[in-house]
Design a protein around this ligand. Sequence first.
Ligand code: SF4
Length: 476
Amino acid sequence: MPTSDKFRDECGVVAIYDHPEAETLAYLGLHALQHRGQESAGIVTSDGMSLHIHKSMGLVADIFTEKKLSRIRGTLAIGHTRYSTTGDSALLNAQPIMVQSNKGMIALAHNGNLTNAGEVRARMEAQGSIFQTSSDTEVIVHLIAQSREHTLPEAIADALRRVEGAFSLVMISPDRIFAVRDPRGFRPLAMGRIPAQEGRHQDTIVFASETCAFDLVGANYEREVKPGELVIVGPEGISSRFYAPALPQSSCIFEHVYFSRPDSQVFGRAVQESRENLGRQLAIESPAAADLVVPVPDSGVTAAMGYAAESGIPLRFGLIRNHYVGRTFIEPQQTVRDFGVKLKLNPVRSLLEGKRVVLIDDSIVRGTTSRKIVRMVRGAGAKEVHMRISCPPTISPCFYGVDTPRKKELIAANNSVEEIRRYIGADSLAYLSLDGLKTACGDGDKTSYCTACYTGKYPTNLVDVEEIQPAAVEKP
Ligand code: SF4
């Protein structure tokens, strides 16, 4: 089985207000957001009277057949694609989570991670609440259901004031869609609009984690849901309120480095632009005497374009990625060295032979994959391999909805750059500086970013101290 040595993405959410094929638009939106989570997916629709759900483990295209979609037809919809961050990845934890509450039927889909979920859950269980899942998202559902507020919008606002951490949420009731971001704006959530077609008097409002979902359903990007904002779309139109006092913004900079698709706008900024800037900045800070710039596909491609453009060194696709690698793979009994990486990547010997190569990647997490890739490029005849990473060393885990290894497994938390270079076997190794990263992503321009996985300085107090201890003695 191929191993992943990347931070793993959280989740993707989408919501549709008032379209005759809302379920199909949600399905298409999730398909565009598939890179944000591949373990399970689900859609809840409303026909104006009641909610209908279908969710399952697997990929969006496998879960939703035409027949399955026909059973959940509706004019309002929310959807979720998941890679688990809290709770295991069983179907029980798949989202959206739908419940019958004293405020009526509601369903909710969450991208992010609550840092006080354990504490709130323990308190509620002590008071008699019975939780169905191990997902942190269920905490919000219970808080809404138990709120003393009388209307659903007030109950939602009340619940959100009681949770801490990262949450971009979409919610559905029989006649409304709700879209929310946490007061620090960790995770993205954008709002778009499909202009009314002939015969329809009303535009369709769409929310999605990334704007690449808008492109597929024909929606125009309108704006970001702002940190701390609750947007409600219903029969009376669109309304907005801020449910909590403003906090310093700390949007996840890793969305621009790696998670989001380059064809998306995230936090109001084109990811392609940030990623190309990262490569340019890297070339300025850490030049290399080389013949070729080679990206580690796919995530290193855009930064490599920037590095090549800035340095004047030609860009060549010297590593080819096989896109059709499944989740499990039968390994030959006679173990093939670096089998997992070889399944995914293959070098182009005719390009690499005898060349000095600058390899561009977006991160080194444990270092094991980078080591195999460097060995692969050398094995294909490269004379020198210079590794360049388009962000600073990742030294601390994330508590805001990104699956990261523990601190003791992060190679840069426990080793110097020179030690990492030796471990991965490169002729030289350099990372982008923190200032370079912030400049490339326009920090302080429209957005202020969280950079905690590079600095260990967390924007919230509630983090697991055990998790952020460096390794005592272990070295790679
Ligand atoms: S810690 Fe890193 S991955 Fe997590 S939100 Fe902050 S920048 Fe993003």
